[in-house]
Design a protein around this ligand. Structure first.
Ligand SMILES: [Mn+2]
Length: 473
């Protein structure tokens, strides 16, 4: 990638955006760029002067500017990146954004428990990762508000739960659709315990979509029919399997989302058949006799006695074809990358501070979220690119001028040509307060976005000094 492309990444992520007006299209790019340069800042702070800020607020309020219209071009770019990989993980997860402080904002819904009365929006994102865990972009994002609970109606809770669980299946359908043309790429949907329900397994099988899901319930498996009570419980049956071996896994440490620890785990696997549940009225589907073939993988941590840490004990359910013990290990490693979506959520909230915006309607919040989703992804991608591809060149992320400034600021010397990205990522982190001692490991997203903010400020000030005739607005 050339220097010009680095500068224009905002243009290419929004390439082909269609907001019904040329000026709106180009405004979207300039706002995205401004937000990405100051991920922690508020809108007036990012846009630096009143006329730009005013134009931005008009942009957010325009009826043609929608969340979907802005996510769409980014998704197209994500599909292009995906096409270069043989295996891609499509990780789905929900998070809530808390806007309880916005008393006057129209259209916010309930979030969290009913008791605390928190208000906000819910976001369900599908985040694409390479099989090495490198974030490739957002494939799908749904935003909605829960309706107010009606007094004395018990059904509404069940109805809203049903409505909200259909998001997992609807997303799989959508992704099956948009990735259909990618013949060289296998997409594996990765989901947490919330997605453990029969309809999802059956629907994914029909759509020929692969998935890895963490089990939530100890099901009765291998029953002879929907009505029968034979077969055994998944957990007990799995426990009877001979262990396939012991491996070391890299997993998220409990306290800090960005710290990893290594865990020694034992693996077991079991192939089984799942019949439709007995009591559940299968309203949305016609799966009466639809038996699904699945594999369960048990991951049990051994020798874990560090205080305060819960040993890993997962059961994963997958329809990925498993023939060798190596296939089992691959599935487990893919599942371990799932927490990157939690890192993404944290960048969105703590790094980009999406919850501190002050918009008057939820529609504007949705639009803002779409732009910050792209910003957060790019920050996340940048954080991990140096780790996943240590030989990647610095020019993938930094312009020549940025490389020079970083070298002069931190190393007090001139940047060598053709430097590795990973070296500049560390310099950027140092600008953000990273100490770079031997024990510090690789810098996390937080010091990087702080460094990024400082670097962009420095560049901006430099430009001002170099152009003395600039008129100030
Ligand atoms: Mn979740």
């Amino acid at each position: 990638m050339e220097k010009a492309e680095v500068d224009d990444w905002a243009c290419s992520e929004l390439n082909g955006v269609s907001l019904g007006d040329k000026r709106l299209n180009s405004r979207s790019t300039s706002i995205l760029k401004a937000l990405s340069e100051h991920p922690e800042a508020s809108i007036p702070e990012s846009l630096r002067n009143w006329s730009e800020t005013y134009a931005a607020y008009r942009f957010f309020g325009n009826d043609n500017v929608t969340h979907d219209a802005l996510i769409k071009p980014h998704r197209e770019m994500t599909l292009k990146r995906i096409a270069e990989h043989r295996i891609v993980l499509a990780v789905q997860d929900t998070t809530s954004l808390n806007f309880s402080g916005l008393q006057l904002t129209e259209g916010l819904g309930r979030i969290g428990s009913d008791v605390n009365g928190a208000k906000g929006v819910l976001v369900h994102t599908t985040y694409a990762l390479s099989d090495q865990g490198l974030p490739l972009g957002t494939l799908d994002q749904r935003v909605w508000q829960r309706e107010k609970k009606k007094e004395g109606k018990n059904n509404s809770k069940i109805a809203s739960r049903d409505k909200e669980s259909s998001k997992w299946i609807d997303t799989i359908k959508e992704i099956a659709n948009v990735t259909e043309a990618l013949k060289q790429t296998t997409v594996i949907h990765v989901m947490d315990r919330e997605a453990d329900f029969y309809e999802l397994f059956a629907e994914a099988q029909d759509l020929e979509q692969k998935f890895i899901i963490r089990a939530h319930v100890n099901r009765r498996i291998n029953r002879t029919s929907r009505r029968s009570d034979d077969g055994g419980r998944l957990l007990q049956q799995l426990g009877r399997q001979k262990p396939l071996g012991t491996v070391e896994l890299e997993v998220k440490a409990k306290a800090d989302i960005e710290t990893k620890r290594s865990a020694l785990v034992q693996l077991r696997a079991l192939q089984f058949k799942l019949t439709p549940p007995k009591n559940k009225p299968l309203k949305i589907h016609s799966f009466k006799n639809h038996v699904v073939d699945l594999t369960a993988v048990q991951v049990t941590e051994i020798h874990q006695d560090e205080e305060g840490l819960e040993p890993i004990n997962w059961i994963l359910i997958t329809n990925v074809s498993i023939k060798e013990p190596e296939d089992v290990l691959l599935c487990v490693q893919y599942y371990c990358h799932r927490w990157q979506i939690e890192v993404f959520h944290r960048i969105l909230k703590t790094g980009c501070r999406v919850e501190s915006c002050r918009f008057s309607t939820v529609k504007k919040i949705h639009v803002y979220l779409a732009l910050l989703t792209i910003v957060a992804w790019r920050l996340h991608w940048m954080t991990l690119l140096g780790r996943v591809a240590p030989e990647a060149k610095a020019c993938l992320v930094f312009t020549a001028q940025e490389q020079t400034i970083l070298s002069k600021l931190i190393l007090k010397s001139i940047a060598p040509k053709d430097c590795r990205l990973v070296d500049f990522i560390v310099l950027l982190a140092q600008l953000g307060g990273f100490l770079n001692r031997k024990s510090d490991g690789f810098p996390g997203a937080q010091v990087l976005w702080r460094g990024w903010h400082k670097l962009k400020d420095f560049m901006h000030n430099l430009a001002l000094i170099q152009e003395p005739e600039t008129t100030y607005v």
